[in-house]
Design a protein around this ligand. Sequence first.
Ligand SMILES: O=c1ccn([C@@H]2O[C@H](COP(=O)(O)OP(=O)(O)O[C@H]3O[C@H](CO)[C@@H](O)[C@H](O)[C@H]3O)[C@@H](O)[C@H]2O)c(=O)[nH]1
Ligand SMILES: [Mn+2]
Length: 806
Amino acid sequence: MASSSSLPLHLCHGNKLTTFFNRSHAILHSIAIAFLIHYRVSLFFQDHKTRTTPIVPLVFVFASELLLSFIWFLGRAYIWSPVYRTVFPERLPNDEELPAIDVFICTTDPNKEPTIGVMNTLLSAMALDYPPDKLRVYLSDDGGYAITLHAMREARRFARFWLPFCRRFDIETRCPEVYFSRTEDYRPNSKNSDFIDEMQKTKEQYELFKERVRRGGEECKFKDKGVHSASNHPSCIEVIQEYSKEGLVEDQIIEMPLLVYVSREKITCHFHHFKAGAVNALLRVSAVLSNSPYILMLDCDMYCNDPTSARQAMCLHFDPQMSPSLAFVQFPQAFHDISQNDIYDSEVRSAYTIAWPGLDGLKGPVLSGTNFYIKREALCCHSIKKDIELRELKDSFGPSNEFIESLRRDYKKPNVNDDGEVSNMLLEEAKVLTSCSYEDHTKWGKEAIAEDYLTGFVMQCKGWTSAYVAPSSTTRPQFLGTSTTNLNDLLTQGIRWGSGLVDVAISRHSPLLYGPPRTSFLHSMGYAELSLFPLLYCIPLWCFATIPSLCLLNGIPLYPEVSDPYFSVFLFIFLSALSKHLHEVLITGRPIRKWINEQRIWMIKSVTCHTYGSLDAILKKFRLREASFLTTNKVADDEQIKLYREGKFDFRASAIFVEPLVTVMLVNLASVAGGVFRMMFMGGDWKKMLGQVLLSVYIIVMNYVVIEGMVMRKDKGRIPLHVSVGEDNTKDMEHEFCERVQSRERSSDTTPPTTVAVATASSFIRLAKAINVRFGPKMPLKTMAITTIVANFRSTIFIYQERTAS
Ligand SMILES: O=c1ccn([C@@H]2O[C@H](COP(=O)(O)OP(=O)(O)O[C@H]3O[C@H](CO)[C@@H](O)[C@H](O)[C@H]3O)[C@@H](O)[C@H]2O)c(=O)[nH]1
Ligand SMILES: [Mn+2]
C-alpha cells in the first residue's frame, strides 16, 4: 500500500520529563515500602511478650499493606514509557485504496436502550467520512424485537436525507439527534440560505422519522407481546432495502452503506454468552455477506462523534512498519453526559488518560469492548494456512462451508446485488450460522473469541499489537456514549467489570502466569493490574476500613509511635501515594476536586462493587454461581441527572451498596469518638494511636457525603432511615436470617455492650443482610455460610470487647 506522500501517517511521542519524574518517584516509593516491610517483619520476630499488639490484627494489616504495595507495583507498568499518537488522515492514499469496513453495533433491550438512540448510533456510523460502498453496517438485536427492525427500515429511509446533507455541507456532528438539538453551531456557513433550507428540510424529515418509529413502536409492542420473547426467538436476518422512493427525485442515486439486521436465535435453556455471543454471530454472518478485512465495534449508545475516525485508524493500519502485526486501533470511551464535578468518576479518567497510553508504549492497549477498528484476520483466522485440513477447520469454526470459504477469500464486493438483494441460499446459510447450536462442539463457545479484555490479551500473547489514539486538544472525541451517572448503575456495572476481570485473574490466562514468555513482563504487569485491581483493592480496603479503627476503639496500637522514625516511613508512603495521585490528576488537566472525587469513589467501589465482583468471580470459579450480564441503563431519569449535576450523591441505590458504606462510616465514627474518649479520660497513649486516628479521620473526611446522606439531607437521594430492600423473592430469606440472628442475640449471655459496640454490631448485621440479598435467592446454603461468618465476626467483636475490658 503506497502512501501518497513521503510524510509519515502518524507520529508517536513520549514525554521525557514526566517519565523521568514518574520513574524517580517509583524508586523512592519502593524504598519506603522496603522500610515498611522491614519494620513489619521485625515486629513478627520480636519476642511475643514484649510485643504490645496482638498478632491477628497485625497479620491482617501487614497483609493489606503488602497487597496494596503489590498492586501499586503492577501499576508502574503504565508510567514506565507511555506514548501519545498524532495521526494525519489527510496524508492517506486515495479512496480507492482504502479497505472495506464492517461496522458492528450491538443492542439488546429497547427498554433500557431507547430505539431512537440506537438508530442515532446507526446513522452516525452510516455517515462516517468513508467511501459508502466500503462501509457495511450490521446491527445485532439480541432481543429480537420487531420495533428495532422496523426502526432500522425507517432509519435507512431517513438516511437518504441525512447522508447527502452531511456530505454536502461537511457536517461534523453526524449524530442527528445531537446535531438538531444544538442551537448554535449550525456549521459551516449558517448565513448561506441554501444551507438553511436544506437544514430545515432535513430537520423536518428527522422529526418525521422519529414520529414513524414511535408510531411503529406501539404497533410492534402489540406484535412483540404475542409470540415474542427476548430470550426465546428464532434467528432473523434482513438486508435492509430501499423503502420507497417517495419524496425523492426520480433518478437520484444516493450511495449508501449496506445495512443488515441480525438477530441470532435464542433458546431459553441455551447459554448465549451475552455480548460476546452476539459479536461471534455477527462475525460469522458478516463473513458470508461482506467479509470486510476491518471491523469497527460499537456499543449501541456509542455514536461516531468524529466522522474521520475510520481514516484516523487507517493511518496506523497503513503504516508499513506497524501494519503486519497491528490487530486493532483503540479509541477512548468518552461520554456526552459527564458533569463538571463528576462525583462518580463516570469518565473513568485513569484508564483512558494513564493506563491506555502506558500500555500503548509497551505493546498496545487493552481491547475495550467498543470504539476500535480491528483486523478480521486477528479475530478468528490468523492461523489459517492454505494447507490446513478441512476437517480441522470445521472442528474449529463449525460446519458451514460458506464460512470456511470466507476465511480464504477476499471479497471485493459484498455478496449482495445492486438492489440490496441476497440469494436465498445465502440467507439460509446466515440463519444456520446464527442458530444456537452452531457453536456446539466448536471453538466458538470454548475460546471466548470475542470477550473484550481476554480477547485482547490472548491476541497480544499471540504476537499481535494494538495502538491507542486519543483526541488531541484541538480534535473532537472520536466516539461519545452514555455513561453511568448514578450510584446504583455505576456500582452494578462495577460488579460486572470486577467479576469479569477477576475471572481472568484466577483463570489459566492469569496475566502474570500466562503473559511473560509470550509478551513482555512489563506488559503483563499492566494487564495483571487491570485484572487484579478489584480483588486487590477490596481486601485491603475492607481491612483498613475496619481493623485499625476497631483497634483504636480497643486501645490496640498498629502503627509505630510518633517519636519512632518508622512513623515517618508510614507517613511518607501515605502522603507519597496521595500526592502522586494528585499529580496524575493535575497533569491530565483536571481540577483538584477531581482528585477528591476519585479518592472517594475508589474507597466506595472497593467496599461495594469490587467486593461483590470478586466474590462473584470466585463463586463462579467453584460453580456456585451463574454468569450474568445486567445491561446498563441508557434511559435518563431527570431526578437522577439533577442530583448528579448538582454533585450530590444519589443514595437511592440497592441496599447491598448502601449498607457497607453506612457500616464503614459508623465503625470509623464510633472508633474515633471512642478512641479519643479513651485517650482523654482513660489514660490512653495518644502517641501510639495517632496513626490510626489519622487514618479513620481521613476515611471520615473523604466520605463525609455518606454522613451527609444519613443525617443532613432531606431530598430524595438521601439514605433512608430504613434502607428497605425491594426484591420480593429475597424477603423470606432475609426474614429467616433476621430471626436466626435475633434468637442468637436473645440467647447470648453477654452483658449489654456499650452503645458504640451496638452501633458497630448492628451495622455488621446490616452488612450481612446485604450480602444475603445479593447472593441469597440463587444459593441459600452458601449465603448462610457467608452471612454466618460475618455475623460471627460481629460476635467476635463482642467477645474481644469483653476480654479487653476485663
Ligand atoms: O446480552 C447482551 C448484553 C449486552 N449486549 C450489548 O453490549 C453492549 C454493552 O453493554 P452495556 O450494558 O452498555 O455495558 P457497559 O458496561 O456500558 O459496557 C462496557 O463494558 C462491557 C463489558 O462489560 C463492554 O463490552 C462494553 O463495550 C463497554 O462499553 C450494549 O450495546 C448491549 O446492547 C448485547 O448485545 N447482548
Ligand atoms: Mn454502555
